[in-house]
Design a protein around this ligand. Sequence first.
Ligand code: SF4
Length: 466
Amino acid sequence: MFLSVFDVFKIGIGPSSSHTMGPMSAANRFLALLLSNEWPRPTGAHVAALRVSLHGSLAFTGIGHGTGRAVILGLMGEVPQSVDPDRMDAIIETVERAGQVTPPGHPAYQFQPKTDLIFDKKQPLPGHANGMSFSALDRDGRLLVKRIYYSIGGGFVVTDTELEAMRSAKTASSDARVPFPFSTAKAMLEMSRGSGLTIAQMKRANEETKMSTAELDEGLDGIWNAMTSCIDRGLKVDGIMPGGLKVRRRARAIHDKLNEEWRSNRLNPLLANDWLSVYAMAVNEENAGGGRVVTAPTNGAAGVIPATIRYYLHFHEDASREDVHNFLLTAAAVGGIIKHNASISGAEVGCQGEVGSAAAMAAAGLAAVMGGSPEQIENAAEIALEHHLGMTCDPVAGLVQVPCIERNALGAVKAVTAASLALKGDGTHFVPLDACIETMRQTGNDMSEKYKETSTGGLAVNVVEC
Ligand code: SF4
C-alpha cells in the first residue's frame, strides 16, 4: 500500500473534500473521458448536452456543502487546486444565464443547473454513500455515455470499477514498488525496527521512489505554506459565514484577546488550549467560507493538523523546516494506514473517520518531532483515535460549521494530549493502533446512516435553525 503525502494533503477549496473537491474532480474526469476514445462513440455522434445526478449523502447535504456549485465549476474545467474562490460566483452565474458549460478544449454543452443537476435523495448508488452519475447526450437527447463516480473522502474520486478493484486489492499483498510497503501499524513498526529508520525516514524513502529529494521538500513546503496561509487568513476575517445558519466567525476576536494577553504577560493557565483552538478554528472558518484549504486528511477536519504544527512552531523556539517536513511525513504515514484499513470519510464511518483520523495523524506528527520513538508515535496516534471512536457526523443544515469548527479545535487539543501522554511512556501500551483502526471500521459499519453526513440525525435535527 502506498499513499503519497501529496494525496493525503491536497491543496483545494472548502467547504468539503468529499462533497466539494471530489465532485469537482469527478466533473473533470468526465470531461477528460468525453475527449478520449475510452467509450464506444457511435459514428458521427456528438455530445451536445450533459446531465448529472447526485446520490446518497451528496444529495442530502450537497446544497450546504456546495456540491452543485462544485459540479458546475468542474464542468467549466475548473480544478480544486487552482480555482479562484473570488471568481466562483461569476462563473456559476454565467452557466445559469447561458444554460451551457464551456470547458476549455471542448465545444459548448447544454447544461441548465436547475434541470440538469439533480439531487436524488431517493436512490443511493450501491458502491458508496457519495455517488454521482454523469451522462452525455446527443442533440436528440440520446444517451451516448454514462459514468458513475464515487467521492470516497479526502477529495479522492474513483469510478465504480476502480472502487471494486480497490476493495479487492485490500486483501492482496502490499505494494512492493516502494522500499517500505507497510499497510498496517504493526508492519510499520517492524520495518522501522528492521531498518533502524524513523517513520518519517521510511515515508521519505517511499516518496523518493516517485520524485527527487528537492521536489519532495518543495512539495512539503508548499503544503505547509498553504496551511499556514489559511490560518493567517482565518485570523484576519470577521463576519457571518455563508449558508444561512448565520454563524459568526470567532477566530479573529479570540486571536486578538490572546495577543493582548501575550503582550501583557498575563498568566493564562489555558494558554496551549486557546492557541490550538484559535488556529484550528481559523482554518475551519476559512473552509466554511469556501476558501483555500488543505485536506488533512479531509476539509471538514482540515484544522487539526495545521493547528498542531503552528502550535508546535509557536511554543518551540528551535523548531525547524525539517520538523515540519517530518511532522507531515509521519502524519501521512498514519493517515495512509487508516485510509487503507478503515476510512477517512464522514459519509462512510462518521466523524471518527475525519476529526478522529486527523487527531491521530497530528498526535503522531507531534510525537515524532518531539523526539518520540516509533512505538511512542504509534501509541500517540492510537490514544488520539481511540478517544474519537463512535463520533458521529451530524452537521447542522448540512454545513461544515456546527459542530465541525469547534470539533477541530477539540481534535487538536486531544492530539497534543495524546502525544504528551505517549511521550511520558516507553511505547508499550494496551490497545494496538491496528486494533483501534479496525474498531473504527466496525463501528462505522454499525452506525446508522443518520449519522453519516446526511444531516438526518443528531445535532442536525435537534438544533433549531434561525
Ligand atoms: S461532523 Fe465531522 S465528519 Fe461531519 S462534516 Fe463535520 S467535520 Fe466532517
